[in-house]
Design a protein around this ligand. Structure first.
Ligand code: FDA
Length: 400
């Protein structure tokens, strides 16, 4: 970037990234008496908040606990999460008359549009005396005797504290960049391989054709591997598999591994199939299965040979029914990959927490440098956990 000549007034805290974490930090630091400037290269702030939760922002999860996050150091998030809780954020919404509802599994959504949260974040920043400057490209960062100097497309800005809140790599067309990782590396931090998470799986060959043929069909399942298991809906798509259970397990998936799907999760399948056989001995096993699973899925599973149909249930022994139940509850499929950054809801991996203070998010190597939000190697499950991390990590940094 060409060096823009203007030298702006220095600020106490310069925040790069006007997303959930950056705006929230700006307001809290402003309230603590710091002169804050928040910069973003986008023309609108917090666009991911806007599109989140289908436009209604699943802004937190009332069951938030450190166990709902992936990180190389599972204990890192503990302190920040304990000091800024879902109840704290709910209290803030009440003060802004933003109403909400619980959808399921502790997930809280706005009753209205997610824009209300963005308005709240921006209003709180401004009320605390902070400034928001959009459409600003960020160039080189250098350390100075009393802080940092940042070259931007609109001039050079000095600051005592530099807060990096530019998020992860998911959805590049929304302006996601690896900026935070570049800054981290510049100052000697390690970056743990960033990878797409909360992302649909894609398949190849016969699996792809098969799943595409029932695209739009959803059913409750348990999706698991050796590291995690999630009970929620699975959705067949034109490219493969999606739905909350799949997005959740994708965060724990390693390329080349199969995933296990229990298609009969929570159904008492053996009892139901046995009772159906007693009532309808002349009907087929497929018709019995159709009382539990969507018809088109049953057709596909029998056509693929994943489970064998038997024309008359009377001819099917209890052991054979049990065998079929076992096959359907241990359905193993190997994704070819994921949809990648294009649709990943978050980035797993990121700035290694070993060189950050879990109390303040400050770099242990470079005093005055902070990393907050999604760029840090703390990744939440689906369901409001990632925003709770954005609020909590920002709050922790602002208390420093
Ligand atoms: P965030 O990505 O919000 O903000 C980063 C900011 O930095 C952006 O404004 C960007 O423009 C700016 N930036 C990036 N690079 C820059 C550069 N080089 N120079 C200047 N500025 C730069 N989570 C959840 O808890 N509940 C939900 O309902 C959803 N739903 C959801 C839907 C979809 C489609 C996506 C993609 C994601 C979600 N998420 C979610 C995840 C959630 O949006 C995400 O974890 C948070 O927005 C992360 O907040 P941050 O502030 O860290 O980054």
């Amino acid at each position: 970037m060409s060096v823009a000549g203007t030298q702006h007034e220095p600020v106490d805290a310069l925040v790069i990234g006007a997303g959930a974490a950056g705006l929230f930090y700006g307001a809290r630091a402003g309230e603590a008496g710091l002169r804050v400037l928040v910069l973003d290269h986008a023309t609108k702030p917090a666009e991911k908040v806007r599109i989140s939760g289908g436009g209604r922002c699943n802004f937190t999860n009332i069951h938030t606990a450190p166990e709902n996050f992936l990180s190389d150091n599972p204990h890192f998030a503990r302190s920040a999460l304990a000091r800024y809780t879902p109840e704290d954020f709910i209290g803030r919404l009440a003060r802004h008359n933003i109403t909400w509802h619980e959808k399921s599994l502790g997930q809280l959504f706005c009753d209205g549009r997610s824009g209300a949260i963005i308005d709240m974040l921006v209003r709180e920043l401004q009320a605390a005396g902070g400034e928001l400057r959009l459409d600003t490209a960020i160039g080189d960062i250098t350390r100075t005797a009393d802080g940092f100097e940042v070259i931007t497309s609109k001039g050079t800005i000095g600051c005592r504290r530099l807060v990096i809140a530019t998020g992860g790599l998911s959805i590049p067309k929304m302006g996601a960049t690896g900026f935070a990782y570049d800054v981290a590396r510049q100052f000697g931090h390690t970056v743990i391989n960033p990878r797409p998470a909360l992302v649909p799986f894609v398949f190849e060959g016969r699996d792809k054709t098969d799943f595409a043929s029932i695209s739009g069909i959803a059913c409750p399942v348990s999706a698991s591997n050796d590291r995690a298991a999630f009970e929620d809906a699975l959705l067949f798509t034109h490219r493969g598999l999606s739905g909350p259970a799949i997005l959740q397990i994708s965060s724990y998936w390693l390329a080349g591994e199969p995933i296990r799907i229990d298609l009969l999760a929570g159904t008492d399948a053996l009892d139901k199939l046995t009772a159906f056989k007693a009532e309808h001995p002349k009907k087929s096993f497929a018709s019995a299965l159709e009382t539990i699973l969507p018809n088109r899925l049953v057709n596909l599973l029998t056509a693929r040979g994943d489970v064998a149909d038997v024309p008359r249930l009377a001819d099917m022994s209890h052991a054979k029914i049990q065998e079929a139940v076992t096959a359907l509850s241990h359905w193993s499929i190997k994704p070819a990959g994921t949809e990648g950054w294009r649709t990943a809801e978050v980035t797993a991996g990121g700035i290694d927490t070993k060189d950050l203070s879990s109390k303040t998010m400050e770099s242990r190597m470079v005093p005055g440098l902070y990393f907050i939000g999604e760029c840090v190697d703390v990744t939440g499950w689906l369901g409001g956990y990632n925003f709770q991390w954005a609020w909590a990590s920002a709050y922790a940094a602002a208390q420093a």
